[in-house]
Write a protein of this length. Structure first.
Length: 551
C-alpha cells in the first residue's frame, strides 16, 4: 500500500491511488456522456418513428440507443466500483496516518486539544472524507465536463441554444449552490460548535459512569446534553429549510430552461434551420444535462462541512510532537539498562524543579516523594521520553533521549501511570499487551501476583472489561498496569503511585512482588505512602530546588 503524504488534500485519492482515481474519472465521464447521448438519440428516434418510416432507416438510431443504454449502466457500475476502491484505499492510508500522529502526540499530551476533538478527528472526520471523495469531488468534476460538452453540442444544433443552456446550468449548478452555501455558513458554524460541545459532554458522561451515577453533576450534564441536542436539531432544521428553498428554486430554473430550449427548437424548425424530426433533441439534451449536473448541487452544499473535517485532520497531522523523534537513528540501545539525569530542570511552560542529578542502575530501588505538584510525575514523564525537560539531559546508557526515538526509549523504559488505560477486551488481553509473546500461564501468574487472579477465574481468557475499564475500580486498574510491568522485559520500570487505592495488606503484597519479581531490573516509584518508600533502597524528596536524598 502506498503511503499517504502527511497532508490531507482533495488530491489525496489521486496521490494514494492514481490509477484507481483515473479509472473512476474515466468511467464517470462515460456514464455522463452516455446519459446525454441516450436522451438525445431517444428523442430523435421517437420523433422519426412517429412518421412511420421504413424500420431499416431507424436501425442506426436504435443501435445508438442500445449502445448508450448499455454503456451507461456498465460504466456507472464500474465508476462506483473504482471511486469507492480509490476512496477506501485513501481512507485506509489516512486512518493509519491519523493513528500514527496520535501515537506520536499522546505520550507528550495533546496540548489545548480536548480528548473529544481528537476522538472526533480520528473517527468522524476520517469518515467524512469518504463523502468528500465519493459524493462531492466526482460529481463536481464529471458534472463540469459533461455540462461543457452539453453546451457545445447544443450550440452545434442551434447556436442560440448554447447560451440559454449555459445560463441555465450556471444558475442551477453554480449560482444557487453558492447562494445555499452563503445562507448555510452561519448555521453551519453554529452547528459545528454545538456538535463539538455535544461530543465533549458525551465523553465526560461516558468516561466515568460509576462516579457520575452517584453525583449531582450527572443531572447537570444530562440537562446540558438535552439543551445541546435541541439546539442541534433546530440548527439542522434551519439548514434544511434554506437548502430546500434553494432546491425549489433550482427546479424552477431547470423547468424554465427546458421550456426555453423547446421554444428555440420550434423557432429553428419554423425558419428551416432545424429538421422537424430533430425538434425534441434540444429539450431532451437539456434534461440530460441537468440530470448529469444535478449531483453538483448537493455536492457543493456539503463541501464546506467536508472541507472543515479535512482541515481538522490536517491540523492534527501537522501538530508538533512534545518531544520529536530525531531525523535518523544514531544509537543502538537494545541492551541498555541504565538511565541518568544530568542537571535536569523539570517544567513545561517554565522551570518547575531542578537541577536534578540521578543515576538509575540495574537493581536500583528508588522512591521519589514530595508534595503534590512538586513535579514527581513530570520526572517520570521525562525518563519515559514523554515530555522533554526544561533544561539538562536525560540519557540511557549514555545516549541522550534527544537522539533516540520514543519507541527506542520505551522498549527499555516502562512507565506505569497512576490511572493506566484499559481496553475494551478481556483482563488477560489487557495484560498480555506488555509482552505479546507471553504465554497464558505467564499472564495468569502475574495476575495472581497482583491479586487479580480471582477476577480472571472461571474463564480461560479472563473477565471482559467494558469501555474505559468502567467495571474495574481505580485500584484494580492500577494493578493491571503493575501486572503489565511484571510481565514486561523492560530493564527500567517506573510506576506512579503503585499502591494508590489499595488496602494495607494488598499494598504490601504488591510492593513485595515488585521487589522480588523485578530482581536485577531497576524500579523507580513515585509515592505518598511512607511504607512504600520504606521498602525501597533509596528515597529522594523532590522540591523546587532539586532532589534531596533522605536515605
Amino acid at each position: 500500500m502506498r503511503e499517504l503524504d502527511p497532508s490531507i488534500s482533495v488530491l489525496s485519492p489521486v496521490r494514494a491511488a492514481p490509477a484507481k482515481a483515473a479509472w473512476a474519472l474515466a468511467f464517470g465521464l462515460i456514464t455522463a456522456l452516455s446519459s446525454i447521448g441516450l436522451m438525445a438519440c431517444s428523442g430523435l428516434l421517437i420523433v422519426r418513428s412517429s412518421l412511420r418510416p421504413p424500420v431499416f432507416s431507424l436501425a442506426v438510431l436504435m443501435g445508438f440507443v442500445q449502445l448508450f443504454a448499455l454503456s451507461r449502466a456498465v460504466a456507472r457500475y464500474l465508476e462506483r466500483l473504482a471511486i469507492h476502491d480509490a476512496a477506501f484505499h485513501t481512507l485506509t492510508s489516512t486512518r493509519l496516518a491519523v493513528f500514527r500522529a496520535m501515537s506520536r502526540l499522546v505520550p507528550g499530551g495533546l496540548g489545548a486539544h480536548h480528548d473529544a476533538e481528537i476522538t472526533r478527528s480520528a473517527i468522524s472526520d476520517v469518515d467524512a472524507l469518504e463523502h468528500l471523495y465519493v459524493g462531492v469531488l466526482p460529481p463536481l468534476v464529471v458534472g463540469a465536463i459533461a455540462g461543457i460538452y452539453s453546451i457545445l453540442l447544443a450550440g452545434l444544433i442551434v447556436p442560440g441554444a448554447a447560451l440559454a443552456l449555459a445560463a441555465g446550468l450556471a444558475i442551477a449548478t453554480v449560482a444557487l449552490p453558492l447562494t445555499a452555501r452563503r445562507l448555510a455558513e452561519n448555521p453551519q458554524r453554529l452547528l459545528e460548535d454545538a456538535l463539538q460541545a455535544r461530543h465533549r459532554l458525551l465523553v465526560e458522561v461516558t468516561s466515568a459512569p460509576l462516579e457520575l451515577s452517584t453525583s449531582p453533576r450527572l443531572d447537570s450534564l444530562l440537562g446540558e446534553l438535552d439543551v445541546t441536542d435541541r439546539t442541534t436539531a433546530k440548527l439542522r432544521q434551519r439548514l434544511a429549510r434554506r437548502r430546500g428553498a434553494v432546491a425549489a428554486a433550482s427546479v424552477l430554473v431547470v423547468g424554465g430552461t427546458i421550456l426555453l430550449m423547446t421554444r428555440l427548437s420550434a423557432a429553428a424548425v419554423n425558419t428551416g434551420a432545424l429538421a422537424a424530426t430533430s425538434v425534441a433533441v434540444l429539450p431532451l439534451l437539456a434534461m440530460a444535462a441537468f440530470e448529469v449536473t444535478a449531483a453538483m448541487t448537493p455536492a457543493l452544499g456539503g463541501l464546506p462541512e467536508d472541507r472543515a473535517a479535512q482541515q481538522r485532520l490536517e491540523a492534527l497531522l501537522s501538530m508538533p510532537s512534545a518531544w520529536p523523534d530525531p531525523s535518523h537513528v544514531v544509537h543502538d540501545v537494545a541492551t541498555a539498562d541504565t538511565a541518568e539525569l544530568t542537571k535536569v530542570v523539570l517544567g513545561h511552560d517554565g522551570p518547575l524543579a531542578g537541577p536534578l542529578d540521578l543515576v538509575i542502575s540495574p537493581g536500583s530501588r528508588i522512591a521519589i516523594v514530595g508534595s503534590s505538584g512538586a513535579g514527581k510525575s513530570t520526572l517520570l514523564d521525562a525518563l519515559a521520553h514523554f515530555t522533554p525537560p526544561w533544561a539538562g539531559q536525560v540519557s540511557i546508557e549514555g545516549a541522550p533521549l534527544d537522539e533516540l526515538t520514543g519507541s527506542q526509549t520505551r522498549s527499555r523504559v516502562l512507565c506505569v501511570e497512576q490511572d493506566p488505560h484499559t481496553f475494551s477486551t478481556t483482563l488477560a488481553a489487557n495484560v498480555h499487551l506488555a509482552r505479546p509473546d507471553s504465554t497464558d500461564a505467564e499472564v495468569d501468574d502475574v495476575l495472581e501476583a497482583v491479586g487479580l487472579g480471582a477476577r480472571s477465574q472461571g474463564q480461560a481468557s479472563g473477565i471482559a472489561i467494558d469501555e474505559l475499564g468502567g467495571n474495574l475500580s481505580g485500584g484494580e486498574r492500577q494493578r493491571v498496569g503493575i501486572a503489565r510491568a511484571l510481565l514486561s522485559s523492560a530493564p527500567i520500570v517506573l510506576i506512579d503511585e503503585p499502591t494508590e487505592g489499595l488496602d494495607e495488606a494488598t499494598a504490601e503484597r504488591v510492593i513485595a512482588e515488585l521487589d522480588a519479581r523485578l530482581k536485577d531490573r531497576a524500579l523507580v516509584i513515585v509515592t505518598h505512602r511512607p511504607a512504600d518508600a520504606a521498602a525501597m533502597d533509596e528515597v529522594f524528596e523532590l522540591s523546587a530546588s532539586g532532589l534531596a536524598r533522605l536515605r
